[in-house]
Design a binder for this molecule. Structure first.
Ligand code: ADE
Length: 215
């Protein structure tokens, strides 16, 4: 197997974001502002803001990972805040703390803006990461590392993982087998054909006689 990839369900997203909520409440942390790290932390941050009745939801953007499961060198801060957080209590939210570089960068950046306090949180935390968030929904050992295909990244990841097998036209059944063999992906978790058809409508894939290929 090249590496393991797993589709994540909305039910798991709810569980893990509620895990964050519980830890925040148990620790009596009452943030004034929630910051989602784009792109992966946007949906979790929105959910946590709902659970905690918070209206001040902002975002910053970091870039570290390029194409699905490939790292692009150093983590960089792409978009900063346009908001005065000095004297405020901040909660930073991301989907996963994997290498820890995005979270470390985000923490140091927000900390430099003189907030009263900053706490960091992610749904998933991989043990051995360079940064340990204050709160997280679920901890995973290094052995449990996988590329997690979150519900908001199904198109991008499915496309990136599939296109390697699409130099020649491939049917949906055959592609399912390839994705299972190479990544242990359970494609029954999504409607693969519908996803491929929608990608073909964008002209990023070619559809011919029920098979898909790179145009
Ligand atoms: N972003 C960084 N690490 C990730 C992983 N293991 N799965 C999904 N998204 C990620």
């Amino acid at each position: 197997m090249e590496f393991k990839a797993t589709y994540v369900s909305w039910k798991e997203i709810e569980e893990w974001t509620k895990g964050i909520m519980k830890m925040v409440i148990e620790n009596h942390y009452n943030p004034d502002i929630i910051i989602g790290i784009a792109r992966g932390g946007l949906v979790p941050a929105r959910m946590v803001a709902d659970y905690l009745f918070k209206k001040d939801l902002l975002s910053i953007k970091t870039e570290h990972w390029g194409l699905t499961a490939t790292m692009n060198g150093k983590a960089v801060l792409r978009e900063k805040l346009n908001y005065d957080v000095s004297g405020k209590k901040v909660l930073i939210v991301d989907d996963i703390t994997d290498t820890g570089e995005s979270m470390k960068l985000s923490y140091n950046y927000v900390k430099s803006l003189n907030p009263a306090d900053v706490k960091t949180t992610s749904m998933l935390y991989i043990d051995g990461s360079n940064y340990t968030p204050d709160f997280y929904g679920k901890g995973l050992s290094k052995e449990e590392w996988a590329w997690f295909v979150f519900p908001w990244n199904v198109y991008e990841d499915t496309y990136n993982l599939s296109k390697k097998f699409m130099d020649a036209p491939v049917g949906v059944g055959e592609l399912k087998e390839k994705l299972a063999e190479n990544y242990g992906l359970n494609v029954e978790d999504i409607d693969l054909e519908e996803v491929l058809e929608n990608i073909a409508a964008l002209k990023m894939l070619k559809r011919h006689e029920g098979k898909f290929s790179i145009p």
